[in-house]
Design a protein around this ligand. Structure first.
Ligand SMILES: Cc1ncc(COP(=O)(O)O)c(C=O)c1O
Length: 411
């Protein structure tokens, strides 16, 4: 099974050119691909932890801000850069350029899209800005969103509002959200006759809430509301199926939960919506290299393809299950501590690898500093005196035990 998957991945990545042995993934993950299927979770995820450059005694709980790349991916990026430097033009628009272009196929398959609807970007913010700058709204038209969105999504919406006279309405989401019905009701009751765009995070950056997009698309589609998803916190920790979600656009980053090279991302634009995406960036097509994109960093984009292959080999569902298992373990232990309130949902179907809390008396930045002194890295949540914990597949229960003990003392 793994061998067949690997063959398919390699075919997709290298199908446009003769297979180049130095980029065969086997050379970068010796033995591990065959063995992954038969390994138990603890063995596999320990192996993955050991492929990271994070020192053994550092507990890294901030993948939501930036994920660590496996050393083999870094080696691949480095090797690709060196190959490029040996014959820059010939490689950039030859062998390596074709491999970079083939990465779009891998990315498309990973999110269940067609290659023609995938644009390789530098990050989520860029993808959302491309979409925002294409919106054509009338003064008084409403863009509906929540009061828990990331600045990377809001900056584009603010731009549209300022330039076209559109109004941004921010609905407040319950913290914690209790059920899909509650969320759908909140969205439904905030839509008005003037709502033209709805932007929501697939996984919320503050609480980790997994937005029930399929149910929301059933509301927006008949009304002709453009549905935009900010997937920055989703890709690489929960399976993403853009078609099933019913979104018009989906933007995300490769450098967070996917653990890919920094400054990589993707933008999906649904076939019906694509004609409306008319920024200069996409004007001459969606190819990785086009007149409007200019020269790209082939090495990092090939690294993005490789990290996607790696996730496919591990299995999206297996990664998702592991993130949830570790998060639940963290949630249960946090719930026993005094002096904090968990603001992430409890229900599995609304949850992923993120768990966040606000503090009653202690100050979030002081807590984060005290933990950093012990080499435990967490994220502060500005504005709500909270902290966010990212539990990825490489996070162990022992990491969580040590974190909880340090947090309890710090509070
Ligand atoms: C929900 C969300 N959107 C957008 C971003 C911005 O991501 P990037 O810097 O990769 O564009 C983040 C970063 O944390 C995020 O959490």
């Amino acid at each position: 099974m793994a061998l067949r998957r690997r063959f398919l991945r390699n075919t997709a990545l290298f199908g446009l050119t003769p297979l180049v042995p130095r980029f065969n993934m086997d050379n970068f993950f010796p033995a591990s691909f065959e063995a992954m299927d038969s390994m138990g979770d603890d063995e596999l995820f320990t192996l993955i932890r050991n492929q990271l450059l994070i020192p053994p005694n550092r507990i890294y709980l901030n993948t939501g801000s930036l994920g660590p790349s496996p050393v083999k991916i870094l080696d691949l990026v480095h090797a690709t850069m060196r190959t490029l430097e040996m014959n820059p033009v010939v490689e950039n628009w030859g062998t390596l350029g074709k491999q970079m272009e083939a990465v779009r196929e891998l990315v498309a398959e990973f999110v269940n899209a067609d290659k023609e609807h995938i644009l390789l970007t530098r990050n989520t913010t860029e993808g959302l800005n491309v979409v925002a700058q294409s919106l054509k709204l009338q003064p008084g038209d409403e863009i509906l969103t929540t009061d828990q969105e990331h600045g990377g999504a809001m900056v584009g919406l603010d731009y549209v509002a300022n330039n076209q006279g559109a109004v941004i309405r921010k609905m407040s989401m319950p913290m914690p959200s209790k059920s899909e019905e509650e969320i759908v009701h909140t969205v439904k009751s905030n839509i008005t006759e003037r709502t033209k765009v709805l932007l929501l995070s697939h996984v919320n950056t503050i609480t980790g809430l997994v937005m029930p997009f399929e149910a929301i698309a059933r509301i927006t589609k008949p009304k002709g509301i453009i549905l935009i998803a900010d997937g920055a916190q989703a890709l690489g920790q929960i399976p993403v199926d853009v078609k099933a979600m019913g979104v018009d656009a989906y933007a995300c980053s490769g450098h967070k939960w996917l653990m890919g090279p920094k400054e990589t991302g993707l933008l999906y634009v649904a076939p019906d919506f694509k004609p409306q995406i008319n920024t200069a960036f996409t004007y001459s097509g969606f190819g990785s290299y086009s007149a409007s994109s200019g020269t790209r960093n082939v090495a990092t984009l090939i690294g993005l393809g490789a990290v996607i292959q790696w996730h496919q080999e591990i299995g999206k569902d297996r990664v998702h299950k592991r993130c949830l298992e570790i998060r639940n373990y963290c949630y249960d232990h946090l719930a026993r501590l005094k002096g904090l309130h968990i603001i992430s949902p409890e229900a599995d179907m609304l949850s992923c690898g993120i768990v966040s809390f606000t503090l009653e008396e202690a100050k979030n930045s002081e807590i984060a500093h005290k933990l950093k002194d012990q080499d435990i890295i967490i994220k502060t949540l500005p504005g709500i005196n909270g902290n966010r914990i990212s539990c990825h597949m490489f996070t162990s229960k022992k990491d969580i035990d040590d974190f909880i003990q340090a947090l309890g003392k710090a509070i």
